[in-house]
Design a protein around this ligand. Structure first.
Ligand code: C5P
Length: 411
């Protein structure tokens, strides 16, 4: 998926061992559809060569403010102006402690710092991905600089935690290339859900029969996880309540794992008291065994089979949709319906039965476990089709649709 199609990124490298990750980041940006112009400081050249970065970006690398080559289509020997004017963002990764200190003071004695200073503040955002030893990162001077750089309009990304090249362990590693790619995709996403707290349920539930057996279903959780990611990209605080699935947690999303429908209900009911949007994408089991055996049910060789009896699980969504917060409009509820036929009719009936303003219908066998899907949105006004696409693309469209229906908050 070309999340950064049409974006032109000036990728700046200052000196640090994390330069090796910048090579992969450059590749990832290009794969995501961006064009990339690399600018390196002299110190960065101690860690990785311009040849590598040129090969990966497909463009000559600039390292000096005295470089007279044509830059940004202009021949005026001003690469610091020309390269920055055509950028959708300048991304400095790695941003060393020294480089950030320099930016803070508006110093400009090499091409990269000169370009950062000369960029039009309104139209060319600056994103910094710090990378340094943990003591350097936690030093009051660095922390002060980070704060001031943010106040000056730069976006300073978080650092990672873990083993460092120096042999120490702690905060200060540069984020991994896939994390940086996510942060940049998020950076360019309009924050239509800023100020909202979005609660998403996802995946199947597991209804225990005994300590080793249970009933579940084929929901993969992919749609709910994609919605959680899309809501976070759109600026929301997101909590994901997930049934048993092995999917990685989307970056920036809080996750609570649950097993049974009753577990899920308890968790969601608490969170529904404070969130502003609830998207119920979980495939909650309709029934659970009437009782859970405390010990494994043994086969006794007689050929007799155990008899299971069931009781109905509570309808979590309908319960939350009937709550005072949802009824007053403080909580906007979105339901899902997986049907096998007559989608429009079933989805419309289900929306009314569940008491939700928006219901998202899909064909169950076409979506369970798949990476793509097609959705039918049903609300009071009628239906809207979201044609077949990847679940992430659909999740982003659904987030837009939700944002159109909830109040904009100042955040
Ligand atoms: O009734 P049905 O299972 O088709 O409804 C699907 C919608 O209701 C989904 O949004 C699902 O998360 C929710 N649901 C629920 N509790 C149940 C069953 C379904 O919240 N027990």
């Amino acid at each position: 998926m070309k999340d950064l199609a049409g974006k032109h990124i000036v990728l700046g490298l200052s000196g640090g061992i994390a330069c090796y990750k910048a090579a992969e980041l450059c590749r990832a940006l290009i794969k995501a559809g961006a064009t990339v112009q690399v600018v390196m400081t002299e110190a960065a050249g101690q860690f990785i060569t311009p040849v590598t970065m040129q090969a990966l970006s497909g463009r000559p690398v600039f390292t000096s403010q005295w470089d007279a080559r044509t830059a940004g289509g202009a021949d005026n020997n001003m690469p610091h102006i020309n390269l920055s004017r055509e950028a959708d963002a300048i991304v400095v990764a790695p941003a060393s402690a020294d480089f950030m200190a320099k930016l803070l003071h508006g110093r400009a004695d090499d091409l990269l710092s000169l370009m950062c200073l000369a960029r039009p503040l309104e139209s060319v955002p600056l994103v910094l991905a710090p990378a340094m030893n943990r003591e350097m990162w936690s030093h009051p001077a660095t922390q002060r600089n980070v704060e001031q750089l943010r106040a000056d309009g730069a976006t300073v990304l978080d650092v990672g935690v873990g083993d460092q090249a120096c042999g120490e362990s702690g905060d200060g590693r540069m984020l991994e290339p896939d994390e940086l790619l996510y942060e940049l995709t998020r950076f360019f996403t309009p924050k239509v859900l800023a100020g909202h707290h979005v609660l998403v349920s996802a995946g199947p539930t597991f209804e225990a029969i005994d300590p080793v057996r249970g009933l579940t279903n084929l929901s993969s959780g992919k749609m709910g996880f994609a919605i959680a990611r899309a809501a976070h990209e759109a600026g929301a605080q997101v909590t994901l309540v997930a049934g048993p699935v092995a999917l990685p947690t989307p970056r920036g999303v809080g996750r609570i794992n649950v097993k049974s429908a009753l577990n899920m209900q308890k968790t969601l009911n608490v969170l529904a008291q404070t969130c502003s949007v609830f998207v119920s994408a979980a495939a909650v089991a309709d029934w659970r065994p009437a009782s859970e055996a405390t010990q494994k049910i043994k086969k006794d060789g007689s050929g007799d089979v155990p008899t299971l009896s069931f009781i109905e699980n509570p309808d979590i969504l309908a319960g939350i949709a009937a709550s005072a917060r949802a009824q007053s409009g403080a909580l906007y509820c979105v339901g899902f319906a997986a049907e096998s036929h007559d989608l429009v009719q079933h989805a419309q009936t289900k929306r009314v039965r569940k008491g939700v303003p928006l219901l998202v219908g899909n064909i169950g066998p076409d979506t369970f476990g798949q990476d793509d899907n097609a959705l039918l949105l049903v609300d009071e006004q009628g239906t809207t089709e979201l044609p077949r696409a990847s679940k992430l693309v659909l999740a982003r469209q659904l987030v837009q649709e939700i944002a159109r229906r909830v109040p904009r908050t100042a955040a």
